[in-house]
Design a binder for this molecule. Structure first.
Ligand code: 173
Length: 323
């Protein structure tokens, strides 16, 4: 009787000290700041499928939805506070928490380069300290942003135009004289339809997914910057995971980051689809194109410098280093 009792006590104590979650399947609640099935959500959806396909008994992600579940500019707060455990979100939607993250879309190298040269670690630390988030993965490499218009322009001058923006384009478009209106992606179609904007910034991918081609006449080339859509995990949740669970998420991160290479081909198809949908290309002269790209970089970095010059210098070095 005495012996049985002590065995039970040992089992009970070992269950208490085995650490949280390690032995049991954990479910993470996930959200995307981009609409389900559209270009900027697809890598995330593939990531979730990858994790769930391999995660039996270890870890599962329950995707609760897109912008209808959490407004895009609230997703950062939701990760920070633990309202969601994991999220697909661009840094432009959480500059309220990490103003320096405005540097991420100014990168000219890849996440693989950034993991190698220490930039990833720097950026992960920023996310941990300022946002209570673990920077798990980056998608969007090789995808440029463009200016889309309902009225033509023939040089890099946006004065007199009202353009929908986010922090991604703000400094650049402002410098070119535009009137800016910030909106979530979900408000772009109606703003175009009503004529309250003359254009908007958006990546090369996703215009047709969103149906915006119906309201868009022109795309300005060349594209500028590089998309960052990041997979972030609430830091308390991350720290509570066991080794096997962390390893599965890191494996899925590396896998989805490898898929970034597919973007070059996807961009090509998107350009063709835009042309077929009747979106005309406005192409600047070589000199204007060069000035356009230089202005984009200069304005973008000046904005990050004004937030934190030390962090800006550190990130500029490692985000623009050749591999
Ligand atoms: O235009 C936007 O809403 C935006 O900032 C963005 C950033 C990354 C990918 C797609 C859109």
């Amino acid at each position: 009787m005495m012996k049985q009792f002590s065995v039970a006590a040992v089992v009970a104590v070992s269950m208490l000290t085995a650490g949280p979650a390690a032995a049991e399947e954990v479910t993470l609640k996930g959200v995307s700041s981009f609409a389900q099935g559209t270009a900027c959500s697809r890598p995330w959806e593939a990531f979730v499928d990858y994790v769930n396909g391999k995660g039996e008994g270890v870890l599962k992600i329950t995707a609760i939805g897109g912008p209808e579940a959490v407004p895009p500019f609230e997703v950062g707060n939701a990760v920070q506070s633990g309202v969601v455990d994991i999220a697909n979100v661009t840094s432009a939607f959480y500059t309220n928490l990490i103003p320096e993250s405005d540097a991420l879309h100014l990168s000219t190298n890849t996440i693989q380069d950034q993991r190698e040269n220490g930039c990833y670690e720097f950026i992960n630390q920023l996310h941990q300290e300022k946002m209570n988030a673990y920077y798990l993965a980056r998608t969007g490499d090789h995808v440029p942003f463009h200016l889309y218009l309902t009225k033509p322009i023939d040089e890099p001058d946006l004065s007199g135009l009202t353009i929908r923006t986010t922090p991604v384009y703000r400094a650049f478009f402002e410098k070119l004289g535009a009137n800016l209106v910030q909106t979530a992606p979900g408000e772009v179609y109606t703003a175009l339809e009503r004529g309250s904007i003359d254009g908007y910034g958006w990546p090369i991918q996703g215009i047709l997914d969103l149906g915006w081609d119906e309201q868009t006449k022109y795309r300005v080339d060349p594209g500028f910057y590089q998309v960052d859509v990041n997979i972030l995990v609430n830091l308390d949740i991350w720290n509570g995971l066991g080794d096997e669970q962390k390893a599965l998420l890191e494996e899925a991160a590396a896998w989805v980051e490898e898929k970034n290479a597919e973007n070059l081909e996807i961009n090509k198809v998107e350009r063709e689809k835009q042309a077929e949908a009747g979106i005309e290309t406005i192409e600047f002269t070589a000199d204007d194109a060069e000035a356009w790209l230089k202005e984009a970089q200069d304005a973008g970095w000046a904005a990050v410098e004004s937030v934190d010059s030390e962090a800006a210098d550190a990130m500029r070095a490692c985000l623009t280093a050749a591999n």
